[in-house]
Ligand binder design. Structure first.
Ligand code: AMP
Length: 125
């Protein structure tokens, strides 16, 4: 069974403005900010404004408008950062860790958006 949402997780605190973040995008559905420990020249996290632990419970529980709004926001961030090939950019990678095997550290759904260099193989063996 999925763990209950922890309202004191670090991304909940960022959403409430209790701790700072280097914001790059915000709309009614999502907030995007730079990862504190970047793994690529561009490493941005996109989080929904609702209380969801992971992609698992988000896709199971969230209203369709929130799911659509969130993923459209991910696309807007990629385009606004100049990464999307549709805008002449070099491309990007989106990744979301959900649960233990994926090493999810922060229990608020987040999508990692990477870019700015060739990103290599998708998984380290
Ligand atoms: P995950 O392993 O998918 O849960 O990734 C959590 C990510 O959150 C890591 O890449 C961390 O570097 C990042 N992170 C943790 N705390 C902060 C913070 N306060 N601001 C920005 N990024 C953070």
């Amino acid at each position: 069974m999925a763990e209950p949402y922890d309202h004191d997780n670090i991304f909940a605190k960022i959403l409430r403005g209790e701790i700072p973040a280097k914001k790059v995008f915000e709309d009614p559905f999502a907030l995007a900010f730079h990862d504190i420990n970047p793994q690529a020249p561009v490493h941005v996290l996109v989080i929904p404004k609702g209380a969801y632990v992971s992609l698992d419970d988000f896709l199971d529980d969230a209203p369709d408008a929130q799911v659509t709004g969130f993923f459209r926001a991910v696309g807007k961030v990629a385009r606004e950062l100049g990464l999307a090939e549709s805008q002449g950019g070099p491309g990007f990678r989106v990744l979301s860790n959900a649960g233990g095997d994926a090493h999810q550290e922060v229990p608020h759904l987040h999508v990692h958006l990477f870019g700015g260099r060739p990103l290599g193989p998708m998984l380290v063996k």
